[in-house]
Design a protein around this ligand. Structure first.
Ligand code: ADP
Length: 369
């Protein structure tokens, strides 16, 4: 039997809102997506009702999961109802400042976020190779692909399987090259457009963080969605991060966004391990000539300006791109190559800081508008 939206709504008829009415007919259900027995949808709420609506969300998820033919169910709360038509989502209100640290993830020693001010700078490629760099140090490593708008870790790791469900709620991460991997890309098709709005993104990512059987890990790398909007800020607040790394290309436009990234983590008191300059220069494979296509050294200067460590330069290299696209990341498949050594060096620097707590300090506060 192939599942239809009507089947989902029928199942939700028995789920009651706090006022006793049916969730199915409340007009609150949106974004119902059904692929291969995986159901993802959202309940629209008022932001202030997040607490009282959580049991409704959990009940809805349990009902959907119990339907014949459903393998996985993910129900999020969204407080930002988009208007009909194609109007862009309105910007969400500024995230409230966290007053308490988010709860630690049992068994996971450190969580390191990899962020970028904008897309396309190589954040996912860097996250993948950084995670493999940690693994090369003999550490137990996981990677959470929180880039929900464009999950690329399945492709980068060459993974296509589906996570196995353990018990009523937990998912088992997939594993490749000694790294445990979880991505929304395992649950929905890579090219399925993710049109989720801020609060729903946060809800989905929190679930992927907390309802995955990571086991014992030394480091969990989190590949954040690009940008410095409200969703990213809230994630930085709600994830028990040991610290963050920012990836930027060297040109001025990217650096403006990187600066916003630095400010974002400082705003929520998440320590910054440093900035990585990606696509730093291009070495011609034919003649060996080095061209600074996007300029060179901009990220280092930016890091110094803000008193944040500079972690290293990764060149623009055909082999990095090719191995990434083929699901054979360079640190795993060409571990002795010069580029793999760069990623491994960065991983060693970050681990030294994590292990000794040396840079787990709040960077000096700056205000950038
Ligand atoms: P983001 O996560 O920031 O959107 P990706 O990691 O997906 O960026 O990288 C975007 C594209 O750039 C991909 O095709 C990737 O293979 C390529 N890329 C990333 N870093 C490098 C690099 N250092 N050299 C060559 N290509 C790179």
């Amino acid at each position: 039997m192939s599942l239809k939206e009507a089947d989902i709504l029928q199942a939700l008829d028995a789920v009651k809102l706090p006022d006793g009415s049916s969730l199915a007919t409340s007009g609150r259900m949106s974004g119902i997506a059904i692929t291969d027995g995986k159901v993802i949808c959202a309940i629209t709420i008022e932001a202030k009702d997040a607490g009282i609506m959580e049991p409704v969300r959990a009940a809805a998820e349990a009902r959907i999961r119990a339907l014949p033919g459903v393998k996985q169910a993910l129900v999020g709360l969204t407080a930002d109802k988009a208007p009909a038509g194609t109007a862009p989502p309105r910007p969400a209100a500024a995230a409230p400042r966290a007053t308490t640290r988010p709860a630690a993830l049992p068994g996971v020693k450190h969580i390191v976020a990899v962020a970028s001010g904008k897309g396309g700078v190589g954040k996912s490629t860097t996250s993948c190779n950084l995670a493999l760099g940690f693994a090369a140090l003999g550490l137990k490593v996981g990677i959470l692909d929180a880039d929900i708008y464009g999950p690329s870790q399945p492709r980068l790791f060459g993974l296509r399987g589906k996570p196995r469900q353990i018990g009523p709620r937990m998912l088992e991460p997939l594993e490749r090259y000694g790294v445990k991997v979880m991505s929304i890309g395992f649950l929905v098709d890579e090219d399925a457009a993710m049109i989720w709005r801020g609060p729903m993104v946060i809800s989905a990512i929190t679930q992927m963080l907390r309802e995955v059987a990571w086991g014992e890990l030394d480091v969990l790398v989190v590949d954040l969605p690009p940008g410095t909007g409200d969703a990213q800020l809230t994630m930085a607040q709600q994830t028990p991060l040991s610290g963050a790394v920012i990836v930027s290309t060297p040109q001025d436009l990217a650096l403006i966004d990187a600066r916003r990234g630095i400010a974002m983590f400082q705003k929520v008191d998440v320590p910054l391990f440093g900035v990585i300059e990606n696509m730093s220069s291009f070495c011609c494979p034919n003649c060996g000539h080095i061209s600074p296509i996007f300029g060179h050294g901009g990220a280092r200067a930016e890091a110094e300006r803000h008193n944040v460590p500079f972690l290293g330069e990764v060149p623009l290299d055909m082999n990095i791109r090719a191995t990434s696209d083929e699901g054979r990341p360079i640190v795993a498949t060409e571990p002795d190559s010069p580029h793999a050594q760069i990623y491994k060096g960065i991983a060693a620097t970050v681990w030294a800081a994590l292990d000794t707590g040396a840079s787990v300090r709040a960077a000096p506060r700056i205000v950038i508008e």
